[in-house]
Design a protein around this ligand. Structure first.
Ligand code: BES
Ligand code: ZN
Length: 455
């Protein structure tokens, strides 16, 4: 193993140069004008997988963006890892808030800034380099590995469940490994054992067939912008509790043991608030911040659009109003059931004075695993070796929809070992990855394969 670690230490600078190349491809899955870049990124990913020594590397077409697949299966009798990640990234707007261009990776204060640096290209690349070190130094890996990278994670993985079902046999493995989440805190690596689920909607209201002069018509018709505000106000109360009837029916309560464990984590609420620039924190009454984000569901407004929003004033009653909203879910809430309850609640909340259209968009199921499984323990040892520090166990508020699919369709446990940071600015301007964590992450990944081999 020493020769593998030496190789990683010697090649440290080369890795950063290569990562910059990867981060230069604007693989934004949400924007149709970037579909060529998404494909180019899939091809670059495949080329890189071939360069590091993986076999059977190919793009597998789906009705959407291709899955990049590759494997190395030369360790008969050893466990097989299914590695999952994504090569697509989020849009970059508001682009003028970036301090350096999002697709020209720039290093400042030991962090590499670019869209995808943390979510998820940088973390995928870390595993490529760990695999390369093993393969270049020893000509073999201690485990078998199947790598499956998708290009639609940031838009809800619409075609992935079907892909997993169709390729059940090819994807057979013993454990899933994913690095697509932040660590608990700078200097405190973590293993994540739970993710929230998601249901996402667009609500469209129409009041009249066209915009109206607010003097001639104000008072005679409903204003869809105002009605939208009233509808949204009926989704959550002032105590942060979702008001959709039945919403909490299937929520698995946080156990006293889990609450005690969360409390033991070195979470600094004052710093958290300051880092976010929030005048005050807000969430469901009766729960701590970590409990709210990790273990409780929520309703959020993701975007609002209506009427005149330019400079100056315009006296108008908008014809339409639109909101994007979503709910983060926890075990054992079912996205389909929650979607039904939400639609019913919107229909009841909206008056007859407007036409209402509710469109369901993407989503995914919540996920949670037991962390006494031997692979999680193996990951803990690997992280300790890579970071010189034992990991803490965390849940996360974000979603990776395919994780529950791996559980349900392939009966596979997942180990989520992420090296991002809470202030990595994922989905926001100035996304970044700490290069020290990137390097330690490569070492930890290299150990992970060895530890899993002996788990
Ligand atoms: N990397 C994130 C998931 C994540 C975020 C895990 C924070 C843990 C903590 C992932 O790329 C992501 O953003 N997923 C989307 C999924 C959605 C589009 C279905 C999310 O959570 O919004
Ligand atoms: Zn991600």
């Amino acid at each position: 193993m020493n020769n593998v670690i030496d190789f990683i230490n010697t090649n440290r600078d080369r890795y950063v140069g290569e990562l910059k190349e990867y981060l230069a491809i604007p693989s934004i899955s949400a924007l149709p004008q970037h579909s060529g870049d998404v494909r180019r990124c899939a091809e670059w990913t495949a080329e890189e997988m071939r360069r590091v020594g993986l076999q059977n590397v190919r793009l597998i077409e789906t009705p959407g963006n291709p899955v990049v697949y590759g494997d190395w299966l030369g360790a008969p009798g050893a466990p097989t890892i299914l590695f999952y990640g994504h090569y697509d990234v989020q849009p970059v707007d508001p682009v003028d808030l970036w301090e350096s261009p999002p697709f020209e990776a720039t290093i400042r204060d030991g962090e590499i800034y670019a869209r995808g640096a943390a979510d998820d290209k940088g973390q995928v690349f870390m595993h490529f380099k760990a695999l390369e070190a093993h393969l270049k130094q020893n000509g073999r890996l201690p485990v078998n590995i199947k790598i499956m990278l998708e290009g639609e994670e940031e838009v809800g993985s619409a075609h992935l469940d079907d892909f997993v079902r169709r390729h059940k046999n090819e994807l057979a493995a013993d454990v899933v490994v994913i690095s697509d989440s932040p660590m608990f805190e700078r200097g405190i690596p973590s293993i994540c054992y739970g993710l929230r689920g998601l249901v996402y909607f667009q609500i469209d209201l129409r009041g009249t067939k066209t915009d109206l002069h607010s003097g001639s018509f104000g008072g005679a018709v409903a204003n869809p912008a105002f009605v939208l505000a009233q509808v949204l106000a009926q989704m959550k109360d002032r105590g942060g509790r979702v008001k959709i009837p039945g919403f909490y029916d299937d929520v698995k309560p946080l156990s006293e043991q889990e609450r005690a464990e969360f409390k033991r984590l070195p979470f600094n609420e004052t710093k958290y608030k300051k880092d976010l620039g929030a005048p005050r924190l807000f969430g469901e009454t009766g729960y701590s911040t970590l409990e709210r984000v990790w273990g409780r569901p929520t309703f959020e407004v993701n975007g609002l659009l209506s009427g005149f929003t330019g400079e100056g004033a315009k006296t108008v009653i908008p014809a339409v109003a639109m909101a994007k909203v979503s709910m983060r879910l926890v075990p054992n809430q079912d996205p389909d059931r929650i979607a039904r309850l939400f639609e019913e609640h919107v229909k009841k909340a909206a008056p007859k004075t407007v036409e209402v259209k509710v469109t369901r968009m993407h989503g995914g199921k919540p996920w949670m695993t037991e962390f006494d499984n031997p692979f999680v323990q193996a990951a803990g040892r690997a992280i300790q070796k890579g970071f010189g520090q034992r990991p803490v166990f965390t849940r996360e508020g974000g979603s990776i929809p395919v994780v529950s699919t791996f559980q349900e369709e392939l009966s596979l446990p997942s180990v989520l070992f992420g090296v991002g940071l809470p202030d990595e600015n994922a989905h926001a301007p100035n996304e970044k990855l700490d290069l020290g964590n990137f390097h330690n992450g490569i070492i930890a990944s290299a150990y992970l394969y060895e530890e899993i081999a002996s788990a």
